[in-house]
Structure formats: C-alpha cells, structure tokens
Design a protein around this ligand. Structure first.
Ligand SMILES: C[S@@+](CC[C@H](N)C(=O)[O-])C[C@H]1O[C@@H](n2cnc3c(N)ncnc32)[C@H](O)[C@@H]1O
Length: 322
C-alpha cells in the first residue's frame, strides 16, 4: 500500500514480534500470496486529525458550496499568519484559524485582515481568529532581523523581493535617503551592505521600531533615523548630510567567522613576533606607506519614496524655495 506518510510495514498488534505488510489487495496480489503460502489478515489503519492536511480537513468540515476555493492561503510575518478571507468564509473564520494554527508549528497567532487600512500610516486593521493576541513579531528578511508591532506599522512580507531588488541597485559607498522608511526593510539591509542611510518615517511607532532594528542589526554607525513629514525630510536631507557627513566606506563589514579568523591570524602573528624578538634584537618592521585618507560621505545618491498612492505629491519639495 502506498499512502503518503504511512509506513507499509507495521507491528502485528495481535502477535508480538510479528510484522505485517500493508497491502491494497487486488486480484494478482491474492494469487501471489496464495502461491507464497502467505496469510492474509485484516488490519485497521486509523488516519486521525494529525494525518490530514489543513486543506483536507477544511474540505471535510466546510459546507460543500464553499469547497471550490481553498481559504487556507496566508502570508507569514514572524509568528503571525495573516489571512484575507472572502466574506463567505467569515462565519467559519475561527475553525479556519484553528486549523491553520494546528498545522503550522511556527505560527502562534492567526489574524484575518479587515478591509480597511490606516489612511496615513498604511497599516492594516486585523482581527484575531485563533491563537495568542501577541502582535509584536520578529521577522527575518535579507539577513536582517526586524521586530515591530504588526498592528501599528506597515509591513508586507510579500515585498521582500522588491526590497532586495532595490538594495542590490545601491553601491556600498552610496548615501541613501529613505523618505518613507517604515521599520527599515530598505534602510537596514542597505546599511548592512555599507551604504550610509538617512531613514525617515512619520509614524512614531514605525520610527520606534526602526530605531530598535538599526540597533539590533548593528548598523547604528551608518543608518540615522528621523520622524518627520516626508516633505520636511526631503527639504532638510541634503543639508543634514552636508553638515554631518557619514564615515567613509571602508569595504564590506566582516562576517562573524571572518572576524574570528582575523583575530586568530592576529594572535598567531603576534606570537610569532614575540618569538622573533626573543631571539633577535632587531626592531619590529614598520610600514612606511600610510593609507591615503578616504573622503567622508556627504552627497545623497538616491531618494527612496515607497508610498505608492501619494509619493508623487511630495516631488515639489525637491525644488529649492518650494
Ligand atoms: C507603504 S509604507 C512603506 C514602508 C517601508 N518602506 C516598507 O517597504 O515596508 C509607507 C510608509 O510611509 C509612512 N508615511 C506616510 N505618510 C508619511 C509622511 N507624510 N511622511 C513620512 N512618512 C510617511 C508610513 O508610516 C509608512 O510606514
């Protein structure tokens, strides 16, 4: 018998030490078994709640007229699954939520997005349909850790390819001004790459988590957060970068294993030098070539304006005197 996730050889519950081969017995199999003198016996196989997938369970419990589509599609942000249920599924939202919760071990909270979005700060209204009412998530994207309150800030996990695409366009030595930075999905990875970033968001909650994410990802030397209206930020950004330049780009940040390897090599080198000095009276060699100073960064190369419905209305702020 070939059933997914089911072993086809099991212990015989009535005779200790004996094994049974589970078969879906057809005509040829019967003839073969008779030929081999094998005994055919019956065995009850119980496939319980754990066996079935979320879709299969909902197919079994939802009314027939709702079975055409599956309501179990969802996006995951940290430990939160968010569904976007059509109206006809709303009477069954709690059982749908429970099944999604049961069948996905990483998920602790299931919410349904309501059809309203905060007009200014763009975060979704949502209702809890299963699990814990805990909306502060830790989400990983582009090798960075983002923590934020999902009910108070804008976040869309489906934008991760767009975040990556844009950050890849930046040169590590660039200075970036992110006018509508949210909790930092462009600004923080750009800082990790070496870019210097002015990151702004008017939502005080986004700003709070942006500051936290800058610290958690150790890019505080390169990413500066502000909380002002985009128009004021655009007007002030150029002079802010001129007045307080960013440190020069000095190459990619070392990874943890590279840092460890560098420390190991330094230790080895100083041990060798100590050994050399104890056997020779010669002074240690000094380098006569000093590295040429790299200029600090003060010129903004890109403005990022990720506010699709109204970013265009901010363009006048780029004009002097506007
Ligand atoms: C579509 S979200 C994008 C956030 C982020 N770039 C991302 O990809 O997750 C737009 C952001 O703009 C912020 N915002 C809205 N109006 C603003 C304004 N007038 N000035 C600055 N930020 C604003 C919102 O709080 C929100 O975080």
């Amino acid at each position: 018998m070939n059933l997914p996730k089911v072993r086809s050889v099991v212990s015989n519950p009535t005779h200790e030490g004996e094994k049974l081969v589970l078969l879906r017995v057809q005509h040829e199999a019967k003839a073969y078994l008779a030929d081999q003198n094998a005994e055919l016996t019956s065995y009850t196989l119980e496939l319980d709640y754990n066996y079935w997938t979320a879709d299969e369970i909902l197919q079994a419990v939802l009314p027939e007229e709702l079975l055409e589509e599956s309501p179990t599609g969802f996006a995951i942000t940290g430990h939160v699954a968010h569904l976007n249920l059509n109206d006809e599924y709303l009477p069954y939202k709690h059982i749908i939520g429970e099944v999604v919760l049961d069948k996905n071990k990483r998920i602790r909270t299931v919410v349904n997005k309501l059809n309203s979005i905060d007009t200014q700060f763009r975060f979704f209204k949502m209702e809890l349909i299963a699990g814990e009412p805990d909306y502060v998530v830790e989400h990983h994207e582009s090798d960075c850790r983002f923590t934020f309150d999902f009910t108070k800030v804008y976040w869309n996990s489906r934008l991760h390819t767009e975040h990556d695409r844009l950050v890849q366009l930046f040169q590590p030595s660039d200075v970036i001004a992110d006018v509508f930075a949210g909790v930092g999905p462009f600004a923080v990875p750009a800082g990790k790459k070496g870019c210097a970033v002015l990151a702004n968001d008017l939502n005080p909650e986004s700003h709070k988590w942006l500051v936290r994410n800058i610290a958690d990802n150790k890019v505080g030397d390169l990413v500066r957060a502000s909380c002002e209206d985009g128009r004021d930020f655009i007007r002030n950004a150029v002079s802010a970068a001129l007045a307080t330049p960013f440190p020069p780009y000095t190459g990619p940040k070392a990874t943890r294993s590279q840092l460890k390897e560098r420390r190991r090599q330094q230790q080895q080198q100083s041990q060798t030098e100590l050994g050399d000095r104890s056997t020779s009276s010669a002074a240690p060699p000094t380098s006569s070539v000093s590295p040429s100073p790299t200029p600090s960064r003060r010129r903004i190369c890109h403005f990022v304006m990720n506010l699709p419905d109204s970013a265009i209305t901010f363009l006048d702020a780029f004009r002097a005197g506007a």
